[in-house]
Design a binder for this molecule. Structure first.
Ligand SMILES: [Zn+2]
Length: 316
């Protein structure tokens, strides 16, 4: 049985749990609950199937509970290759690992990458959007609707997709922004996410640590040149503009060129509480769009992987 704090919440609402985030693999769970009905959406499949199954099981969930997968892009840390491999001889690629009922939401310009990664074609539900958004689709229709506004970011040649997800539940709307591997922050991106309840956003590197690292110059340039990742300061500036109503969740910290403390420090003067994610330890379940009394309790800063883990955290 899962530990109480790990178990998927039973109360109505929308919840986010980042299972892991970083260059060694990314996967998050979005849970929608309304009127006793539960729907589960994963953001990225960047962990091995075995580890994903184990981390879901700690919450009392299984792959069969997953309804949708939102893929940000197909770099190996966001889509683990063995999701597309047959588990047994004779099985079609990927069918054994991703249940047949799951809709894998993929930007149309990532469709070739999805095919190369072995995502079964009949699971892929393509969508379109540009750097200013322009696309919208619905998931979880039968739960009052979660509306998803994707926006294409400047990461590498094909970009990654950031998502604004709005759910209309029994206690009002709850809005989540989820943006990782951004490259750079544009005005359109800020506008896309302004005023969400919770903003999950990458805070990849400390600029001083990056410059001082022994990484090849070409790699530093790729990361810092506007088509790689956001520094802690760039991430904090974006969060100040977006001004989330409840909290920021800091994603994809570099193992070599960042620390949870440095990322947190950069965000200290921000407009909301901060949760720092980890490559190794899942976050608690974070309720999106909590009531105002809950918001007051949620505000303490949480640094996963540091001393005082979960002190003052309201998980759900
Ligand atoms: Zn990444």
């Amino acid at each position: 049985m899962p530990l109480t704090e790990d178990a998927a919440p039973k109360a109505d609402g929308v919840y986010l749990r980042v299972l892991a985030s970083g260059s060694a693999g990314n996967c998050s769970v979005l849970l929608f609950r309304r009127g006793g009905v539960r729907r589960v959406c994963l953001v990225d499949l960047g962990l091995s199937p075995r580890r994903t199954v184990r981390l879901l099981a700690e919450c009392g969930l299984g792959l069969h509970d997953v309804d949708d997968v939102l893929v940000t892009h197909f770099d190996a840390d966001h889509y683990y290759e063995s999701w597309g491999r047959p588990a047994r001889r004779g099985e079609a690629r990927g069918e054994a690992m991703i249940p047949r009922h799951v809709r894998v939401r993929v930007h149309e310009r990532h469709a070739s990458a999805a095919a190369r990664a072995g995502v079964p074609a009949h699971l892929v539900v393509p969508f379109a959007c540009g750097p200013s958004g322009g696309g919208v689709f619905e998931i979880q229709h039968d739960l009052g609707g979660a509306t998803v506004w994707p926006v294409l970011t400047a990461h590498d040649a094909l970009g990654s997709v950031a998502y604004r997800i709005e759910h209309h539940g029994s206690d009002g709307a709850a809005t989540l922004g989820f943006a990782t591997d951004l490259g750079r922050v544009t005005d359109a991106l800020l506008e896309h996410f302004r005023g969400v309840d919770t903003m999950a956003i990458e805070s990849n590197y400390c600029r001083a640590m990056q410059l001082a690292s022994d990484r090849p110059e070409v790699l530093k340039h790729r990361i810092m040149g506007g088509a790689g990742h956001l520094s802690n300061d760039e991430s904090a500036a974006a969060v100040r503009e977006i001004s989330p109503r409840t909290r920021a969740v800091l994603l994809h910290l570099s193992r070599q060129c960042n620390t949870p403390e440095a990322a947190q420090r950069a965000h200290d003067a921000g407009p909301c509480g901060v949760v720092v994610t980890s490559q190794h330890t899942p976050t608690p379940w974070l309720r999106i769009g909590a009531s105002s009394s809950e918001k007051a309790r949620l505000h303490p800063t949480v640094c996963i992987g540091s001393r005082g883990l979960f002190d003052g955290v309201t998980a759900a």
